[in-house]
Design a protein around this ligand. Sequence first.
Ligand code: FAD
Length: 395
Amino acid sequence: MQVGYSEEDEAFRVTLRAWFEAHFPRFKDQWPTAPDPNDLVWRRAWEDHVSQAGWAGLGWPLEYGGKAWPLTRQAIFHEEQARIGAPLGVNIIGHGILAPTLIHFASDAQKKRYLPGILSNREVWCQGYSEPAAGSDLASLKTRAVRQGDHYVLNGHKIWTSFAHIADYCFVLARTDATAARHKGISFLLVDMKSPGVRVEPIRQITGEADFNEVFFENVKVPLDALVGEENGGWRLAMAAASFERGTYFIPRQVRFAQELAALKQLAADTMRQGRSRLDCPHLRRDLARLAVDSHVLKLKSYRALTHALRGGPPGPEGSSTKLHWSESHQKLLAIAVEVLGERARAGPEPDSRDPQASAWVRDYLWSRAETILAGTSEVQRNILAEQVLGLPKN
Ligand SMILES: Cc1cc2nc3c(=O)[nH]c(=O)nc-3n(C[C@H](O)[C@H](O)[C@H](O)COP(=O)(O)OP(=O)(O)OC[C@H]3O[C@@H](n4cnc5c(N)ncnc54)[C@H](O)[C@@H]3O)c2cc1C
């Protein structure tokens, strides 16, 4: 297996790296305080800066203002952005999931209306799929949209909706035919979050942050032209939407994993216990060695997913294997960091604590509990691997 990019791609990387190195440190220095990497205002500001510089719509066709870059170049962009330590954006759902869905399935009028707002980062999107009784089993969703004249009337309760409190719009899966088979009566609607009847209630997380929410729709009027694709054809769109990011999703995450592992080694080297550096502890050295193997394997897996997507193959179980491996290794890495911190972990997760370095590790450790749940839980990924790789019977 050859792992790497072509000479042309590497030359392209040099240009991109020069741009990030010229812009990111300056942008960071001009920020009024030391930026907290998880602060949504900071994340949005950097994302706006990148969009305004023209580095958006990387894979979109030229006709929609995109750059039409091949996946390899998009991957290099994400690698370089992560390498410089830039934060993830807040409109990642708009850029990564909704925009390609619109490009594939929306009407010309919808593309014209919504794509420019995503490209410029002027309009932030959230994803209204999960409900209190519909998560892994999404097709059991109960939110209803009933046609009345020139609009739908939307009623329902979504939960875990990331960024809903700052989003301008939400793409919502709603049942438009209650009599059809579960997957068949669902539609894909674009909902203005400022519509009367939309109520957002933030969910406070164990980290103290509230970056996801409950969203209530109470007799919300949604114009008929906000339906994407066919009425009752939303499941097909939702499944396609889930596959659009698969080539590049893990690229920045594996870069960050390697950076965090290097930071953990440094933390261990700097931490003394009973007069000796923690890095001298054989158990810890064994754990770090295992994480180094995880880091390398994750890199290979993310490149494999990229190669598979480049060849145009249908999404397969490789995504589940990478998701499982990344989320569980990441939890392990952060648990080890908290163990190395020892008493310092009592600083808690808030960035303004008396020990911000310890707090950053604690915050990430606590947040990482979500990683084996979001985008498909570990149990669901294991089911996919059991059925599709091992050929075990369906449960
Ligand atoms: C940080 C974060 C951000 C999120 N952002 C969004 C968002 O923006 N928009 C959105 O719509 N949703 C979002 N979600 C929701 C996410 O998609 C769901 O949490 C996920 O699909 C799991 O659903 P659930 O929480 O209802 O758990 P459930 O599906 O109820 O699962 C409960 C438990 O049962 C297990 N389980 C379920 N089914 C099976 C099975 N068949 N076999 C074995 N075990 C099973 C699960 O693994 C889990 O342990 C987010 C979640 C998190 C954590």
